[in-house]
Write a protein that binds this ligand. Structure first.
Ligand SMILES: Nc1ncnc2c1ncn2[C@@H]1O[C@H](COP(=O)(O)OP(=O)(O)OP(=O)(O)O)[C@@H](O)[C@H]1O
Ligand SMILES: [Mg+2]
Length: 250
C-alpha cells in the first residue's frame, strides 16, 4: 500500500533537549496506525510536526507526492485541511456550546455562511457519534467520554483524509475506552479515513491497528504489523510490551 504520509530524517529539538532525533515513518493510506512509547518521548511533538503545528528543525514530511516542508504558506494551508486532529485533552472551547464548537471550523476556516447547511452538518455528525441533539449543551456539562467523542466530531467536520488522535482513551474507564476505540475503527472503515493514534492503551493498539510505531529517545525503534512489533527483540520494545500485557493478568 502507498504511504499517505511519510517522514524522512525528521528532527526537532527545544533548546538543548533533542526530542525528535531522526524519525522515519510511513503511514499506509486507509490504515489505522498507532504511535506508542514512554511519556515525554515526543509522540505529541511528532504528530504536531507532521501536521505543521510545530516546525521541524530539519527533515521532510510528505503527504502523498507533496513535500510539505517545501511548500509556501497558502499551499500548505490548503493541504493541511486534509488533516484532522483530536487533541490530547479534547480541547473544546468552554465558552461555546457543543454546536458552536463544531460549527467553528466550518465558519472560520471554510467560511460557510449558510446557517442551515452548517446546522445540518453539525446535527449529522452528532448523530454519527451517537450523541444526537446535544448542540446546546456546554462542554462542562458533558462527561469525559462525551467530550472525547465531540472532540472527534469536531476533527471530522472538515472531512479530513487523515485523522490524528492524541491519546483518545487516556483517563477513560475500560468500557468508554472501548467505545472510543470502536469509534476510531468506524472512522476508518465507514468514512475511509486514515487514522493515526497516539495511545498508551497497548492491548487496544495491538487489537485494532494495522501498523505500530514504537518511538524511543527520538527514533522509531520498532515498526510493522502488531505481530512484527510483538516479535521485536529491541529491549525497550520487549519491556514495554511485557509490562503492558502483564497488567492484564490478575
Ligand atoms: N512547545 C514546546 N516547547 C518546549 N518543549 C516542548 C514543547 N512541546 C514539547 N516539549 C518537550 O518535548 C518532549 C516531548 O513531549 P511530548 O509532549 O511530545 O511527549 P509525549 O511522548 O507526547 O508524552 P505523553 O505520553 O506524556 O503525552 C517533552 O520533554 C516536552 O517537555
Ligand atoms: Mg503526548
Amino acid at each position: 500500500m502507498n504511504p499517505i504520509i511519510r517522514t524522512q530524517h525528521l528532527k526537532k529539538s527545544f533548546g538543548r533537549s533533542f526530542v525528535l532525533r531522526d524519525v522515519n515513518l510511513e503511514i499506509p493510506e486507509k490504515s489505522i496506525c498507532a504511535i506508542i512509547g514512554q511519556s515525554g518521548t515526543g509522540k505529541s511533538v511528532l504528530i504536531k510536526t507532521i501536521i505543521g503545528m510545530i516546525k521541524a528543525d530539519s527533515g521532510k514530511v510528505w503527504f502523498r507526492d507533496k513535500e510539505l516542508t517545501s511548500l509556501g504558506k497558502d499551499e500548505l494551508m490548503n493541504i493541511r485541511q486534509a488533516f484532522g486532529y483530536s487533541f490530547q485533552n479534547a480541547a473544546l472551547f468552554d465558552s461555546m456550546t457543543v454546536g458552536e464548537n463544531l460549527a467553528f471550523p466550518l465558519k472560520e476556516v471554510l467560511r460557510l455562511k449558510d446557517r442551515k447547511q452548517i446546522r445540518d452538518r453539525v446535527a449529522q455528525l452528532l448523530d454519527w457519534i451517537e450523541l444526537p441533539g446535544i448542540e446546546s449543551k456546554q462542554p462542562d456539562e458533558l462527561s469525559g467520554g462525551m467530550r472525547k467523542r465531540v472532540g472527534v466530531a469536531r476533527a471530522l467536520i472538515m472531512h479530513p483524509e487523515v485523522l490524528f488522535f492524541d491519546e483518545p482513551t487516556t483517563g477513560l474507564d475500560p468500557v468508554l475506552s472501548e467505545t472510543i476505540n470502536n469509534l476510531v475503527m468506524r472512522v476508518n472503515r465507514e468514512l475511509d479515513i486514515t487514522c493515526v493514534m497516539i495511545t498508551h492503551d497497548i492491548p487496544a493498539a495491538f487489537k485494532i491497528c494495522d501498523k505500530i510505531f514504537v518511538l524511543d529517545n527520538g527514533v522509531v525503534v520498532a515498526h510493522g504489523s502488531p505481530k512484527d512489533v510483538a516479535g521485536s527483540n529491541h529491549p525497550i520494545v520487549m519491556d514495554f510490551i511485557r509490562i503492558s500485557f502483564e497488567e492484564l493478568r490478575v
